[in-house]
Structure formats: structure tokens, C-alpha cells
Design a protein around this ligand. Structure first.
Ligand code: HEC
Ligand code: CU
Length: 368
């Protein structure tokens, strides 16, 4: 290539460059000093020590991670042989305990006035008996009971037991969580001690009614019904109306039965009309209107019983001083009346009570 001076439309070409020399072959290699391999023994020993330490660090790191996994495994799932609970079941237990303790307060505040402070019964039926708790009072049953109200038990539309659930009709005072807690309390197991909590602060406290700071559940986990025993009836009233459920050995004839009961007092045909002295007993608002009645000794007499409580079953049963039942009248659901033929009694002081509502009592004095 040569210049062409003087040419108007001269085309400029790149200036010639000196021919480039070939690249040095060792351009990308390390300087010779780097290739020296003359480690001093100290330096070599240092490198060995360093890598030994590095292996230790690595080993210990693996050990720590492995230990953590093992410890965490047992922390989460519990030590073998039941030494400790798994975290999940410990948490479940803790939550169950809180539910039972809150349920206790809810029960005492809302249910105790009718079912008794420890479920022994009163206006409402007994709740704490093992034969009932075994199958009859299942969580589902109690839940429905609180949702629907007392009529769920026996179909009694006038039942005094209200609806408790706030999703019921009409809505009651308890929300779903409180209902769960009450059920947890009723189903809590015997033998476990629970702490009484102050209903407002949830601090441990003592129950002003019982004076105790702990309580136990009702359900005996080892209870088994007697073999061949009939299961608890679906409607609790059947327990009282069923003749076979009456305690055997008591001479109690069925009181008002017009069918002529084989009463020990004789005169079986006279049951349609009152015999002898007629004693008036009436019941209103789950209580007898008489606290004292008296009857002659040594002769059969009649109790004219007037149940004024609409939809509530009552009767009159007579117990002697030892608590043995000497007479049990048929249960009638009010408003209704019945004439009970009571056999001759020895002079003395007796208690008359309602088989359905043990809290209903009065004194019967038999004398001349
Ligand atoms: C005003 C009194 C009263 C109160 C308060 C009351 N109940 Fe009742 N309860 C009754 C009566 C009465 C029955 C029987 C129902 C019927 O047949 O009429 C009953 C029945 C029951 C039953 C069924 C019992 C059985 O043997 O089948 C359960 C369970 C029950 N109540 C739980 C509770 C709970 C839990 C509370 C508290 C939230 C409560 N009750 C509050 C009066 C009451
Ligand atoms: Cu009664």
C-alpha cells in the first residue's frame, strides 16, 4: 500500500504498523519464583498443623450439628421409655388442663345451681355418676344438650334447662370455646388434680364455695359397667320410671298405680279412692311447698301429691332414718296430681324426697 498524494478524494488508510512480534510463550505463566518448591521443614510442618486443625474444626462442626439433631429429636418426640413427654403431647396436655380449669369456673358459675357443685344433681339430673359418664354423657351428647337445651334429653319442651350455646335458638350465654371448656371439665379424669383459677385473672386461687384450691375430674378411666348391665337410658327420666330400676329389697309399692299394686299394706283394691288419712304434698319451682308433714303410725295412709311444675317430673319417696327407701311414688310430670297409697309405717321421723331431684326434701313425722 502506498499513499497517493494530490488526489482529491484521497482515501485515508490506516497508518502502517510495525509488524508485531509473536507473543512470548510464557506470557500467562507464573514467574519462575512461583515455581520454586523449596518449603522449609518448619513451613511444611506448619501447613500440616493447619490442615489438621482445619479437619478438627470440620469434624467438630459435624459433631455439633449431629448432636443438635439428636437432642432436638428427643426434645421434640420425647425420651425413649416415656422419660419425658413429646413436646406436642405436652402442649396438648397443657391446653387440656387450661380448658378443664376454665370449664370448672364456667360450670360452677352456670351449671352448679341446678346440677350440684360437683355434679351430684339437684334440679337437673346427676352428672357425676360413672354409669352415666361412661357412655351416656359423651362429649357429643353434652354439646348437643347445650346447643338445643333441656328438651333434647327427653323431648320435654318445657324443660327448665335453657339453651347455653350462643349459636342456639334462642341464643344462650356461652360461646363455642366456653362450651368446649365446660365439656372438657365434665369429661376430665378422676385422679388428676387441677388448679382452681380465679375466673377473672386466671391466677391460682381458692374456690370460695369449697375453700379448696384444687379439684379433680369426675370420669374414672378404669370404670367398666357390670357385665350384662343395661346401658344408661337415652332419656334420664327412664331411670326413675322404669320399675326394674327401683332398688330391690325395699317394700316400696308403686304409689298411685290404679292397677292395684300388691302393696304390703293390704287393701289392694282400694287404690282408686284415698284410704285413711290424706296428707297433702305439692311441688312448685323444684321444691316441695311443705317442709313438714305428719301421718298416723301403724296404718296405711294416702299422700295426695300435686305437681304444679309444668313439664317437670316429680314424685314423693319416703326414706327412714337410716336412709332406706320405704316408699316410692310414681313419677308424674306436671301439672298433674296423684294419690299415693303409703303402707303403714313405724312411728318415727322420715324424710320425703323427690327421686328425680334429690335437693327436694321435707320431713315426715309418723306418730299418733
Ligand atoms: C335451671 C337449671 C339448670 C341449669 C342452670 C343447667 N341445667 Fe342442665 N339440666 C337441667 C334439667 C332440668 C335437665 C333435664 C332436662 C329435661 O329432661 O328436662 C338438664 C339436663 C342436662 C344434661 C343431660 C343430663 C342427662 O342425664 O341426660 C346435661 C349434660 C346438662 N344438663 C348439662 C348442663 C350444663 C353443662 C350446664 C351449665 C352450662 C347446665 N346443664 C345448666 C337443668 C339445668
Ligand atoms: Cu322432682
Amino acid at each position: 500500500m502506498t499513499d497517493q498524494p494530490g488526489h482529491p478524494s484521497e482515501e485515508r488508510l490506516p497508518a502502517p504498523r510495525p509488524p508485531s512480534s509473536p507473543e512470548p510463550a510464557d506470557r500467562f505463566t507464573a514467574p519462575p519464583s512461583a515455581h520454586r518448591n523449596d518449603l522449609t521443614p518448619e513451613r511444611a510442618a506448619g501447613i500440616v498443623r493447619q490442615s489438621a486443625s482445619a479437619r478438627w474444626v470440620g469434624f467438630l462442626a459435624v459433631v455439633i450439628v449431629a448432636l443438635f439433631v439428636i437432642v432436638y429429636y428427643f426434645y421434640e418426640l420425647g425420651l425413649p421409655g416415656g422419660l419425658t413427654q413429646s413436646r406436642l403431647s405436652a402442649e396438648t396436655t397443657a391446653q387440656q388442663v387450661t380448658a378443664v380449669e376454665r370449664g370448672y369456673n364456667l360450670y360452677e358459675a352456670n351449671c352448679a345451681k341446678c346440677h350440684g357443685a360437683s355434679g351430684e344433681g339437684g334440679i337437673g339430673p346427676t352428672l357425676n355418676r360413672q354409669d352415666k359418664l361412661f357412655a351416656h354423657l359423651s362429649p357429643e351428647y353434652i354439646q348437643t344438650m347445650l346447643q338445643v337445651g333441656g328438651r333434647y334429653a327427653c323431648g320435654n319442651a318445657n324443660s327448665v334447662m335453657p339453651v347455653w350455646s350462643n349459636t342456639g335458638n334462642p341464643p344462650g350465654p356461652l360461646n363455642y370455646k366456653q362450651i368446649e371448656d365446660v365439656i372438657a371439665f365434665i369429661r376430665a379424669e378422676k385422679g388428676t388434680e387441677y388448679q382452681v383459677l380465679n375466673p377473672n385473672t386466671l391466677e391460682p386461687s381458692t374456690d370460695p364455695n369449697t375453700g379448696k384450691s384444687t379439684f379433680e375430674g369426675w370420669v374414672d378411666p378404669s370404670y367398666k359397667p357390670a357385665p350384662g348391665a343395661t346401658p344408661y337410658p337415652a332419656c334420664w327420666q327412664d331411670e326413675f320410671t322404669n320399675a326394674t330400676a327401683a332398688p330391690s329389697g325395699s317394700p316400696a309399692p308403686s304409689g298411685s298405680a290404679p292397677s292395684g299394686s300388691p302393696a304390703a299394706s293390704g287393701s289392694p283394691g282400694a287404690s282408686s279412692s284415698p284410704t285413711g288419712t290424706v296428707v297433702q304434698v305439692s311441688a312448685l319451682n323444684i321444691a316441695y311447698e311443705q317442709s313438714q308433714i305428719s301421718a298416723p303410725a301403724g296404718t296405711a295412709f294416702t299422700i295426695h301429691f300435686d305437681n304444679k311444675d309444668p313439664g317437670v317430673p316429680h314424685n314423693v319417696a319416703i326414706k327412714d332414718a337410716s336412709g332406706a327407701e320405704v316408699f316410692k311414688g310414681d313419677i308424674i310430670t306436671g301439672p298433674a296430681q296423684a294419690d299415693y297409697q303409703v303402707p303403714a309405717l313405724q312411728p318415727g321421723t322420715y324424710t320425703f324426697t323427690c327421686s328425680v331431684h334429690p335437693s327436694m326434701t321435707g320431713t315426715l313425722t309418723v306418730g299418733n
